[in-house]
Write a protein that binds this ligand. Structure first.
Ligand code: NI
Length: 136
């Protein structure tokens, strides 16, 4: 069972007003929820600094499927890293453009290597890695 702990925080009033403005913008209902959210964000960020840590994430990439060399390269890369990729969703955005979202789980260094390889394929329009956690 999780027990809640109360603690006092002393900060400059100016910083607190900025924080209250931020939590409103981000949609946090309370200061406690906002602080929890920020702590979690920092912890996840820290997880990604350990190259051997097991993490999860998504890699999204956009490309023109008429460029057959590009498509083949993307498929080759994904097969090289098949042990990391849990699933891939393919969306046909319009006549030319495709979006693919690869859900990945594995070691930080391997996921970063995969993301870098996909990003560097010549002709890719956009690619980005969202770094999250397996929840431990
Ligand atoms: Ni498509």
């Amino acid at each position: 069972m999780v027990s809640l702990v109360r603690f006092g925080v002393s900060i400059e009033d100016e910083l607190l007003s900025k924080f209250d403005k931020l939590l409103k913008q981000e949609g946090y209902p309370t200061r406690s929820e906002a602080i929890k959210g920020l702590i979690t964000q920092a912890l996840v960020k820290q997880e990604w600094t350990g190259k051997n840590n097991e993490v999860a994430g998504t890699i999204t990439f956009i490309y023109d499927h008429h460029k057959r060399d590009l498509v083949n390269k993307l498929i080759d890369i994904q097969h090289d890293f098949n042990q990391l990729i849990i699933s891939v969703q393919h969306i046909h955005l319009d006549h030319d453009n495709c979006m693919e979202i690869a859900v990945v789980r594995g070691r930080v260094k391997e996921i970063q290597e995969l993301a870098a390889k996909l990003k560097s394929v010549k002709g890719i329009k956009h690619s980005d890695l969202v770094m999250t956690t397996i929840g431990h």
